[in-house]
Design a protein around this ligand. Structure first.
Ligand code: PHE
Ligand code: ZN
Ligand code: ZN
Length: 330
């Protein structure tokens, strides 16, 4: 497949090299499970919170605090005992992570999503959607308990230095680190007409890109930074995520390499890592490329979200958690 370099985005702590290829075909299998829970109803609540706080849920803001209170309240009602961990953003704003466990000792799979928005908008798809996905899964976990502990992690300040997940990883003891079977990240799970980017554990897309840009030393250096450390469990997790997304007819981009982005980054090289970010690239009139309509702007409202995609991606994440707990990575 011929690929061409579209753009290189390099923000502090965010680096993604994007390649375009011909449109991916969706997988053909249909999900056999009925969509039971409504992730969308959680998202509606988050959208209302944003509306009540000036269209903003950034770390340290009243909308950010109201989102945190909402998540804690929902988890408590479901029977969890959520705990918080203080986080300071790169701008000096103070927020908190929220962590909740299904219980049991020993092996843990962490399912994470950032709940903060950028200061420029309400962050409903990025990443109220991921929060809605986690809450819906939290609900399913009440009746279907996997064989290991599932830790739901709601990160603050992803948008400002990936500070929440970074703080958490730094706080982990070696024993805790060893008990983590996988970290799975959910970001932008409600994108319309999506193409999912999964964490590229084997570096295949970066390698392909390197082939195509042999005579570009700057690109070669950028690609070097995108090569993930060799980790077989992460490779199996990538395959699991691809399989679960495929079952839900969410197409996965094969030609996009992603490393160091979002809340997967602090976990890389420490525990098996995987995750999905759903994109729908749009080029604005000023030639700036957006990952999805409304991305990081006041227009990242509930109108940008496809409720059906949100439920299907939630199902895919649930599928992944269950596969991991059933031993898919061992
Ligand atoms: N969703 C990430 C954010 O919070 C950015 C991102 C987009 C990461 C696309 C990877 C791919 O801004
Ligand atoms: Zn963002
Ligand atoms: Zn995000």
């Amino acid at each position: 497949m011929r690929t061409s370099v579209k753009t290189v985005v390099a923000l502090p702590a965010l680096a993604a090299v994007m390649l375009t290829a011909s449109a991916c075909g969706g997988a053909s299998a249909h999900s056999e499970e009925p969509a039971e829970a409504a992730a969308y109803s959680y998202l509606e609540a988050i959208s209302e919170i944003a509306g009540a706080h000036g269209g903003n849920r950034a770390v340290g803001s009243s909308g950010g605090r109201a989102t945190r209170d909402y998540i804690v309240e929902e988890l408590t009602q479901m029977g969890y005992q959520p705990r918080t961990q203080s986080v300071t953003s790169t701008d000096g704003d103070v927020g908190a992570n929220i962590l909740a466990d299904t219980g049991g000792s020993g092996r843990t799979v962490i399912l994470g999503a950032h709940y903060d928005s950028v200061k420029q908008g309400p962050g409903i798809n990025d990443n109220g959607s991921g929060v809605a996905t986690l809450l819906a899964i939290g609900e399913r976990l009440r009746t279907t308990r996997p064989d290991l502990n599932v830790r739901l992690a709601f990160w603050d300040s992803e948008e400002y230095g990936i500070a929440g997940s970074q703080t958490y990883v730094k706080s982990m003891s070696p024993a805790e680190m060893k008990s983590v079977v996988a970290y799975i990240n959910a970001d932008m799970t409600g994108t319309r007409e999506p193409t999912a980017i999964v964490y590229d554990a084997d570096g295949s897309s970066a390698k392909r890109l390197a082939e195509d840009s042999k005579d570009d030393p700057e690109m070669a250096r950028a690609l070097e930074a995108l090569m993930p450390p060799k980790d077989v469990a992460s490779e199996k997790l990538e395959a699991t995520l691809r399989d679960c997304l495929g079952r839900e007819n969410i197409p996965v981009d094969d030609d996009l390499s992603l490393n160091g982005s979002s809340d997967t980054a602090p976990f890389v090289g420490r525990v098996p890592v995987g995750g999905a970010v759903l994109t729908h690239e749009v080029t604005l009139p000023n030639n700036v490329l957006q990952f999805a309509p409304g991305y990081h702007s006041p227009n990242d409202t509930i109108d940008t979200v496809d409720a059906d995609v949100l439920e299907r991606t939630t199902d895919a994440m649930w599928c992944s958690v269950r596969a991991v707990s059933a031993g898919a990575l061992s």
